[in-house]
Design a protein around this ligand. Structure first.
Ligand code: MIC
Ligand code: SF4
Length: 644
C-alpha cells in the first residue's frame, strides 16, 4: 500500500479506497487562520456546536496582523473568545505562521489534518495526511462531521541522489512544478519516496509539501523516518513519533524520478508558480526588492543559511531586503545565536513572524519593478502592485540576489555555501498559545463582525445572465483579492464590492454593480471560465461573495478541488463545458437557461441547456459536472447556509 492509502484506510468512515470515488474520513486535527477563521467560527456557532469534537483544533492569527483600523483586532478578539468557548487552542498574533507553527508544535505523523488554508499540506513534511478546505468544511470537521473527498490517485516521486551546494528544497518543488504544471492535477496525492528522502530534513520536506498546493493536488506526503524522529525530539515531542512509509513495491498511478544531484536553482516567473525556468536563464535582471519568509521558506534552516551569507556583508543599495522568520521559535533562536545581528548588520528589514507581504500586507514593489520572493504564489497583483512582476525562488537565490542587486544564481556568488545541522533542541516556548479553559466564557462580537449570508434554493427553471467571461487559470486572488481588502473578511456586504476587482475598467460599472443590475431584473448571475478555474487559496469568500451578489452558476472548462467544494457549500452550481466552442460563443449579456434543473441534476448525468445571445440567437449546449448525488441535492437546496 502507499502511505496515502494506509492513512486514508485508517480514517475511513464511508466508502472504499478506490481512486476517483467519493469517501468520507475522520479528521483528527484542524487548523484555521484569522482571514478564514472568523467565517469558519461564525458557521460553527450557527451549527449550534458547543465544544469541538476533534482531537485537537488550533486557531492561528497570522494573516491580518497589521491592524490598520479596528477590523483586524476586532476579529482577533472574537476569535480568542470563541476559541475559549469552543475548546480550541489560540495562537496569538506574533507567534508565527500557522503552517510553520503547526509543524513545530502540533503535527503528528499518521494523523489527518484539515485546515482552512490551502497550504495545510505542509504537515505532509512529517507524514501527516494534511489537506486544505473551505472554512465551512473545517467547521464541520470541528463539529465531528466526517470530511468528504474524492479518493485520490497516488503519484510517486522517487528521489535519488543528494542536493548540490546552493540548491535547496524550493528548487525540488519548482522542478516538480515544471514537470506537472499548476493545472490538471486535481484528485491526486503526491508521495515522495526513494533513497533521496533521507538526505532531506523535515523543514526541507515541508517546503516541498507546502508548495504541492501550487500543483493543485489534494495533499503531498513524506514518510515518517529517523529525520522526522530527530525533528520531533528536538521539539520535545518525541513521543508523537511513529515510523510510517509506503510498503516496498507500493503501486503508484505514475512514478516520476528526480535525481536531486542533477537539480539547479530555479525560479517561477510572472505570474504563475507553474511558469518555471532555471535562474541562470534570467540572471542579471534588475531587482527592486527581495523578500525571504512565508510558510514555504521561513524555517530555522532557511533563516540561518541566509544569516550566514549576510554575515559581514551588505545588501545592495539597488534594492530592499525584507525577512520574516516563520515563527516566534525561529525568531528567538535567530536572536540568541547571532543570526539576527548578522541580518540587521547587513541592512535587512526585519518583518513580523506572519504572512505579511505574501498576502499583500505591505512591502508592495514599486511600479514596473521586479520583486524576488521565497514565497509560493506570484499570481498577478497579489503583491498589491498592479501588473507586478514577481519571481519565486529559493532562499539561497534570494539572498544572493539581495547582495548583488540583480537576479543571481547563488552558485556564481563565489562564496562557500553554509552547512546546516539540525539542532538537537529547539527553543520551545508555547507562551503565545492559549489553551482553552475548562469553563467557557462569553463570546465577544465587536461591531465589524457580521453574520454569514443566507442563500435560497435554486429554481426549477434556471435562467442566468453571464456577467463576465474569464480565461484559464483564474485564481481566487482574481476572484476575491486579499491585500488591502483582507480586513473586510468578516463583512460580506463590504467585501463583495471587490469581486473580480482586477477586471473592472475605469469608467465602466464594476462586476458588483453589473451583478446587482442583473439581480434587479430578477435574474441570477453566471460566470464563464476556462481551465483550472479557482486555482490557489481555500478562501470561501470566493464563493460567498459572488453568491451574495446573486451569482448562482459557474460554467468553466475545469474547476479546482477546494473552490468546487466551496461553491457547492454556498449554493453556486459548478458546471463544466463539454465543448470548448460553447465557451467561445459566450459574450457578455448572454443568458443561459436550464429547464427542469431539479430533474436534470444527478450524479454522472449531463445537463441540457440553452444559450440565448444578446442578438436573440440561440444555441443548445450540453454541460457536465463532477458532483455526487449528495452535492446535487445540497446545491439545489441553496448550500449549507440555506433558508429552509
Ligand atoms: C493564500 O496564501 O492565498 C492564503 C491567504 O493563505 C489563503 C487563505 C485566505 O485567502 O485566507 C489560502 O492559501 O488558502
Ligand atoms: Fe500565509 Fe502566504 Fe502561507 Fe498563505 S501562502 S499561509 S498568505 S504565508
Amino acid at each position: 500500500m502507499t502511505l496515502t492509502e494506509k492513512i486514508l484506510r485508517a480514517h475511513l468512515v464511508e466508502g472504499e479506497f478506490a481512486p476517483g470515488k467519493e469517501i468520507k474520513i475522520r479528521i483528527d486535527q484542524t487548523l484555521c487562520q484569522d482571514a478564514t477563521g472568523t467565517m469558519a467560527f461564525l458557521e460553527l456557532e450557527a451549527m449550534g456546536v458547543k465544544r469541538v469534537k476533534t482531537e485537537l483544533s488550533v486557531q492561528y492569527i497570522d494573516h491580518n496582523t497589521l491592524q490598520i483600523g479596528p477590523e483586524n483586532p476586532n476579529d482577533h478578539i472574537y476569535l480568542q473568545s470563541v476559541c475559549a468557548a469552543k475548546g480550541v487552542y489560540f495562537s496569538r498574533p506574533g507567534n508565527g505562521i500557522c503552517h510553520q507553527v503547526h509543524l513545530e508544535r502540533f503535527g503528528v505523523p499518521g494523523k489527518t489534518l484539515l485546515g482552512s488554508d490551502s497550504h495545510t499540506p505542509t504537515g505532509g513534511g512529517i507524514g501527516m495526511l494534511a489537506m486544505g478546505a473551505g472554512g465551512l468544511d473545517v467547521a464541520m470537521a470541528m463539529a465531528g462531521v466526517p470530511f468528504k473527498l474524492t479518493c485520490p490517485r497516488v503519484v510517486g516521486i522517487k528521489l535519488t541522489g543528494k542536493l548540490s551546494a546552493w540548491v535547496s528544497a524550493k528548487d525540488v518543488i519548482l522542478t516538480v512544478l515544471s514537470i506537472l504544471g499548476s493545472q490538471g492535477n486535481v484528485g491526486t496525492s503526491i508521495e515522495y519516496f526513494g533513497p533521496g528522502v533521507e538526505t532531506l530534513s523535515v523543514p526541507e520536506r515541508a517546503t516541498i509539501t507546502n508548495m504541492g498546493a501550487e500543483l493543485g493536488v489534494t495533499t503531498s506526503l513524506f514518510p515518517s523516518d529517523n529525520a522526522t524522529k530527530a525533528f520531533l525530539e528536538a521539539e520535545g515531542r518525541g513521543a508523537s513519533w511513529q515510523s510510517l512509509s509506503a510498503d516496498d513495491g507500493a503501486e503508484y498511478s505514475r512514478v516520476i524520478e528526480i535525481d536531486l544531484s542533477s537539480l539547479v536553482p530555479m525560479a517561477a516567473c510572472p505570474s504563475n508558480p507553474g511558469n518555471v525556468k532555471p535562474v541562470s536563464e534570467i540572471a542579471g535582471m534588475a531587482v527592486s526588492q527581495v523578500l525571504i519568509g512565508s510558510c514555504t521558506n521561513s524555517s530555522l534552516k532557511d533563516m540561518r543559511m541566509v544569516a550566514k551569507v549576510l554575515e559581514g556583508r551588505h545588501v545592495s543599495e539597488k534594492l530592499s531586503l525584507g525577512i520574516a522568520p516563520g515563527s516566534r521559535q525561529v525568531l528567538k533562536m535567530l536572536s540568541s545565536d547571532g543570526s539576527l545581528a548578522s541580518m540587521v548588520g547587513a541592512g535587512c528589514r526585519i518583518l513580523e513572524s506572519a504572512c505579511g507581504p505574501c498576502i499583500g500586507q505591505g512591502f508592495s514593489p514599486a511600479s514596473g519593478t521586479v520583486s524576488v520572493r521565497t514565497f509560493n504564489r506570484n499570481f498577478l497583483n497579489r503583491t498589491g502592485t498592479k501588473n507586478d512582476q514577481c519571481y519565486l525562488v529559493s532562499p539561497e537565490t534570494a539572498v544572493a540576489t539581495a547582495l548583488t542587486g540583480v537576479m543571481t544564481d547563488p552558485r556564481t556568488l563565489g562564496i562557500e555555501c553554509p552547512k546546516w545541522e539540525m539542532p538537537t533542541e529547539f527553543m520551545v516556548d508555547d507562551g503565545m498559545v492559549i489553551a482553552p479553559p475548562e469553563k467557557a466564557g462569553d463570546i465577544i462580537r465587536l461591531e465589524t463582525i457580521g453574520a454569514p449570508p443566507e442563500c435560497s434554493p435554486l429554481p426549477k427553471r434556471l435562467e442566468a445572465e453571464f456577467i463576465i467571461k474569464v480565461g484559464d487559470k483564474i485564481t481566487t486572488d482574481h476572484i476575491m483579492p486579499a491585500g488591502a481588502y483582507l480586513k473586510y473578511r468578516s463583512n460580506i456586504p463590504r467585501y463583495s464590492r471587490f469581486v473580480f476587482e482586477c477586471f473592472n475598467k475605469d469608467g465602466e460599472p464594476t462586476f458588483a454593480e453589473k451583478a446587482e443590475a442583473i439581480k434587479a431584473k430578477g435574474l441570477l448571475g453566471a460566470v464563464a471560465g476556462g481551465m483550472s478555474f479557482g486555482q490557489g487559496s481555500s478562501r470561501e469568500h470566493a464563493a460567498i461573495c459572488p453568491m451574495y451578489l446573486g451569482v448562482r452558476l459557474i460554467v468553466a472548462r475545469s474547476i479546482e478541488r477546494i473552490i468546487a467544494a466551496n461553491l457547492v457549500n454556498f449554493g453556486i452550481l459548478p458546471l463544466l463545458f463539454k465543448d470548448e466552442a460553447d465557451l467561445e460563443a459566450i459574450v457578455p449579456g448572454t443568458h443561459i437557461v436550464i429547464d427542469g434543473l431539479t430533474g436534470q441534476l444527478h450524479a454522472g448525468a449531463d445537463i441540457k441547456a440553452e444559450l440565448i445571445f444578446p442578438n436573440g440567437g440561440k444555441r443548445s449546449i450540453v454541460l457536465t459536472h463532477t458532483l455526487s448525488e449528495e452535492d446535487c441535492g445540497l446545491v439545489l437546496k441553496g448550500g449549507r447556509l440555506r433558508i429552509d
